[in-house]
Design a protein around this ligand. Structure first.
Ligand SMILES: [Zn+2]
Length: 68
């Protein structure tokens, strides 16, 4: 079986590992229902973005109670 001729230097190992760290994903809070939302995305729970309803496929609790 093939074997490496030389071991990698500490610097080479550390350079490879510069990209290994896990990062906490960026999250924000919905201004309408206070659910956790990714930045620049409409809220998955209520469909609101920047205080306006943009995703009309998502049912809204407030709208339901008003219409009935
Ligand atoms: Zn929301």
């Amino acid at each position: 079986m093939a074997l490496p001729k030389r071991r990698h230097s500490n610097t080479r190992t550390n350079k490879r590992r510069t990209h290994d760290a896990l990062r906490v994903p960026a999250v924000g809070e919905c201004s309408n229902c206070h659910a956790t939302v990714r930045p620049h995305n409409a809220c998955p729970k209520c469909g609101y973005y920047k205080g306006q309803k943009v995703d009309h496929t998502v049912k809204d609790r407030d709208e339901k109670s008003k219409s009935r």
